[in-house]
Design a protein around this ligand. Structure first.
Ligand code: ARG
Length: 566
């Protein structure tokens, strides 16, 4: 698509020889309001070379630019030069590009030949998959979609918490109180019950802890019974997790979790020893990080068992070797900031420059409105329940709003789940936020249902007006301010996607499509779309089609479906 900002650079470059294109790009600003143009170029920094007052420089430059097909007005205001994009050129550029690319509008090949790993979700087996896990799952999936859309090779990894001392506890607990049939009927809950019971009985009877340690050691040593139990627990749990992933339409390329790295840790420990990075302390091994103001990274306990950190180091090596990543991204709660800083530092100290390509993408906490359900208070909310509640409540809303809708259940699923995802992705990820049902499911305001509804409404207009993308359209008929405002936002969409990728912030997209929906609805409220004048109708339908397409792309990147009727 024609890039008007580049055209600004062309113009400036043609008049100023001592600034290169990158320097010019960096100076260009987006004015705070449309009456100041689409782009502004400040000239203060040039006064030394010109030995003139900035406003004089601006005036002189403008007089040299002359007529230009891309800008209908270029004016100097004090030390700024303001550029106003040629309206028809803009409309034609955006509309033709959307018409041509359809649902690939905004995609690119900037990521060609670069592999990006996005690790997300990564729940712990036999511990609950709770509302906090929804954040990593939803944010990670969106980030993954965005990289893919921009042409990167992507690998979605679920680093399952499928190893560690909790398995020792589970195996002991199962051997004491477990019942295969009961567990298979409701694995996550029943395993959790065993885990909780084991912990509470261990408070009374310390011998249980030794037993758990014994069974974990047996598991590490490959004891047949322990390995069989572990495999079974892992499989039935994964089956449950997959139910939720299916609801969210999420697929992983790899489920290599913590256990996968068991045989890959000795090499790490060897290398740390060789490089003289490890210290012994009371029989345990650690990497001292005092110099970097961090507590030491624990590599091996005194009983020889390895730790979370060691597994992450081994995993990073494996990923580098297997995928030769350009970026290796971890979408994990901010509570683990220190953990990621520590092990990434260890890799850096080992001398691997790719340590800098390992990136922790943290996010804040979510709590539920009444507080009682927050995980901090010890009660757990299962993600599956949250999604099911969203679906049920949405179904009720649909029954009221549109009782004759076909396949209501399917739509309620798309809207209910979409609403939860949308709320998750509405704010900067690092912010803590409170989940409220009213806001999430409302069809008004800055919500998923509102954006989806705008999409469905656009769709019904297109059907009613029998719009055909091959129709020729006279763009000059899109002459109002409302139309132009929608088009500006559509034009910005591809850049918003790139920004979202660079900052790993899906909420840029969420906010942008809300803005598109609002602006389009304003246009729709103020002007009829299905009018008698055939040419005018076609032009307005073209804008409707463009809006619908971009909203659908945006929702898709966030992991939300866009039903045609709701
Ligand atoms: N399983 C961990 C948890 O639920 C998250 C794993 C994060 N990823 C990692 N590579 N350490 O807290």
């Amino acid at each position: 698509m024609l890039d008007f900002r580049e055209k600004v650079v062309d113009l400036i470059e043609s008049q100023i020889e001592f600034l290169n294109r990158d320097e010019i790009q960096a100076l260009i600003e987006i004015p705070p309001s449309a009456d100041m143009g689409n782009y502004a170029f400040p000239v203060f920094t040039l006064s030394r070379q010109y030995r003139k007052a900035p406003n004089m420089i601006a005036e002189e430059l403008v007089s040299k630019f002359g007529e230009n097909q891309y800008f209908e007005k270029i004016e100097s205001v004090g030390p700024y030069i303001n550029f106003f994009i040629n309206r028809e050129k803009l409309i034609e550029t955006v509309m033709n590009d959307i018409r041509f690319k359809g649902e690939r509008f905004g995609s690119s090949n900037m990521g060609e030949d670069k592999t990006v790993i996005v690790e997300y979700s990564s729940p712990n087996i036999a511990k609950p998959f709770h509302i906090g896990h929804i954040r990593t799952t939803v944010i990670g999936n969106a980030i993954h979609n965005i990289y893919k859309f921009l042409g990167f090779n992507t690998v979605a990894i679920n680093h399952l918490g499928d190893y560690g001392t909790q398995f020792g506890m589970l195996i002991s607990a199962y051997k004491k109180w477990g019942d295969k049939k009961v567990i298979e009927a409701d694995p996550i809950n029943e395993l959790l019950k065993l885990y909780v019971r084991f912990n509470s009985e261990a408070e009374e009877d310390a011998k249980l802890r030794d037993e758990a340690r014994y069974w974990f050691k047996e598991l590490e040593n490959g004891n047949k019974e322990a390995v069989e139990l572990w495999t079974w627990i892992r499989e039935i749990s994964l089956k449950e997790f997959n139910k939720v992933y299916d609801m969210l339409n999420i697929k992983f390329d790899s489920y290599a979790g913590e256990s996968f790295y068991s045989d890959k840790m000795p090499a790490v420990i060897e290398e740390l020893k060789e490089k003289n990075l490890m210290k012994e302390s009371d029989g345990a091994y650690l990497v001292d990080l005092e110099e970097y103001n961090m507590p030491p990274a624990l590599i091996m306990k005194s009983d020889g068992s390895t730790l979370y950190t060691t597994r992450d180091i081994a995993a990073a090596f494996y990923r580098k070797k297997t995928y030769n990543f350009y970026k290796n991204i971890y979408v994990v709660a901010s509570q683990q900031n220190l953990h990621f800083k520590q092990w990434m530092k260890v890799i850096e100290l080992m001398g691997y420059e790719w340590a800098k390509d390992c990136i922790h993408i943290p996010f804040g906490m979510v709590s539920l409105e009444d507080g009682t359900l927050s995980t901090r208070k010890g009660r757990v909310v299962f993600l599956e329940d949250v999604l099911n509640t969203a679906i049920d409540n949405t179904l009720k809303i649909i029954e009221e709003r549109n009782p004759n809708l076909e396949n209501k259940e399917e739509v309620a699923k798309q809207v209910g789940i979409g609403a939860v995802i949308f709320q998750e992705l509405f704010n900067q990820r690092i912010k803590d936020y409170v989940f409220t049902w009213d806001r999430t499911l409302s069809f008004e305001g800055e919500t998923g249902p509102y954006v989806q509804y705008t999409h469905a409404r656009a769709n019904s207009l297109l059907e009613k007006g029998q719009f055909d993308t091959k129709d020729t359209v006279d763009y000059s008929l899109l002459e109002g301010e409302d139309e132009l405002n929608v088009i500006r936002l559509l034009y910005d969409f591809p850049k918003v996607v790139v920004n979202a990728m660079e900052k790993n912030e899906p909420y840029f997209i969420t906010r942008h499509i809300v803005e598109i929906a609002k602006t389009f609805n304003k246009f729709y409220t103020n002007s009829h779309i299905i009018v008698d004048d055939i040419e005018l109708k076609k032009a307005r339908l073209m804008l409707t089609y463009a809006t619908k397409t971009v909203i659908k792309i945006g929702l898709g990147l966030l992991g939300i479906e866009a039903p045609n009727r709701m």
